[in-house]
Design a protein around this ligand. Structure first.
Ligand code: NAD
Length: 352
């Protein structure tokens, strides 16, 4: 008989084409009167549009969001939020922008309304990350969980194929590891399977037909499921490796997930047979590790660590870092095997 604990994360999700039109009503629902709109410099125009829609309820736009939330950026944003007397943050963008909202919420309790425009999934989690002195520290805190999330597939139409593809693989990675998580539960596993299927079937279309709104909506739906998985259960070797590679060697986030995922799955193949069968089923029956590799290749995403900035001479150090602190994984973490995994990922070898 199975036993499990299931904790759902308390957030309100509005999902529809044109969902941004709900912004006014959703801000009112939160009881916010002065929302600070957050974005990256590249997404300033989208943030201005959001600010305009908010009208009197906008406290202004802050456009300094950056990858991995540098501490100085977080502190500067907190000062601006306080100075403008903001009572809410509206984060429009990917994981970096939503991460900045979380950094503000962490010290101020300001509620976040998130409007994700990538498939990274941060909007559905109580996980935050802040980088100081080259080290990214992450943690969980219910205060940083966005209160409301508006998913509008129209906002992903501008996402270029080279960002959309890896971002979608990043989301698939959340689903994959949810299926063999230590605290896996039936609900999250259902979401994980559905998420893999939605993303794996839509991403090739997103990349091949950038104007296909239906495919973008399906990918965003998968991203919602994936984010919910990440928020609800713990992750394992794949996320640990990506965290190590991103944090210590400054590799790009989504691309690193894309390259590592098939190899992490291969590593756990025999240790998590039930999860692997479900991943394979969600990929329409192809073998899990090779199937994910072939999907990445099909969408033109990177396949090798050497192609995304990893130096061969850093692989020993990376394997050491990734095996340093014991953590849960279906297969025990062993230095030699992890070193081999990294070698295969560096070369871009097809698993299996
Ligand atoms: P990102 O937020 O860094 O965005 C990448 C680039 O794409 C940026 O320049 C951004 O402005 C641009 N962009 C975003 N949406 C766009 C759109 N629709 N059209 C055109 N350009 C667009 O990338 P990401 O992969 O979404 O997020 C990565 C970060 O999020 C990492 O720091 C990662 O650690 C974090 N993350 C956190 C969690 C969590 O739960 N805390 C989950 C996933 C990712």
């Amino acid at each position: 008989m199975r036993a499990f604990v299931y904790n759902s994360q308390p957030s309100r999700v509005v999902f529809r084409v044109g969902g941004l039109d709900e912004l006014g009503a959703e801000i009112e629902r939160l009881g916010a009167h002065r929302a600070l709109v957050l974005c990256t410099p590249e997404q300033r125009a989208s943030a201005e549009d959001v600010s305009k829609r908010l009208g009197e309820r906008s406290a202004g736009v802050y456009d300094k969001a950056a990858m991995h939330v540098p501490l100085e950026t977080a502190e500067a944003a907190r000062v601006v939020a306080m100075a403008l007397n903001a009572d809410c943050c509206v984060a429009i963008g990917g994981g970096s922008t939503i991460g900045l909202g979380k950094a503000i919420a962490l010290t101020s309790d300001l509620p976040i309304l998130a409007i994700p425009t990538t498939f990274a999934g941060s909007e559905m989690t109580p996980i935050y990350g802040i980088t100081a002195d080259g080290q990214k520290k992450t943690g969980r805190d219910p205060r940083v969980q966005p209160k409301t999330v508006i998913y509008d597939p129209l906002l992903t139409m501008t996402l270029p194929a080279e960002i959309a593809g890896p971002s979608g693989m990043n989301a698939i990675a959340h689903c994959v590891e949810a299926l063999y998580a230590q605290d896996a539960n039936p609900i999250t596993s259902l979401m994980a399977e559905a998420g893999i299927h939605a993303l794996a079937s839509s991403l090739p279309v997103v990349v091949a037909q950038p104007d296909n709104l239906e495919a973008r909506a399906e990918a965003l739906y998968g991203a919602w499921l994936a984010g919910a998985c990440l928020g609800n259960v713990g992750m394992a070797i794949h996320h640990k490796l990506c965290h190590t590679l991103g944090g210590s060697y400054n590799l790009p986030h989504a691309q690193t997930h894309t390259v590592i995922l098939p190899h992490a799955v291969q590593y756990n193949l025999d240790a998590a047979p039930v999860a692997m069968a479900r991943i394979s089923g969600a990929l329409d029956g192809v073998e899990a590790a090779a199937g994910l590799y072939d999907l990445a290749r099909k969408i033109g995403a990177p396949l090798a660590l050497r192609d995304i900035g990893m130096k061969a001479e850093s692989l020993d150090d990376a394997a050491r870092r990734a095996t340093q602190n014991p953590y849960y994984n279906p297969r025990p973490i062993e230095y030699a095997a992890i070193r081999q995994l990294l070698q295969n990922a560096w070369e871009g070898a097809r698993p299996g």
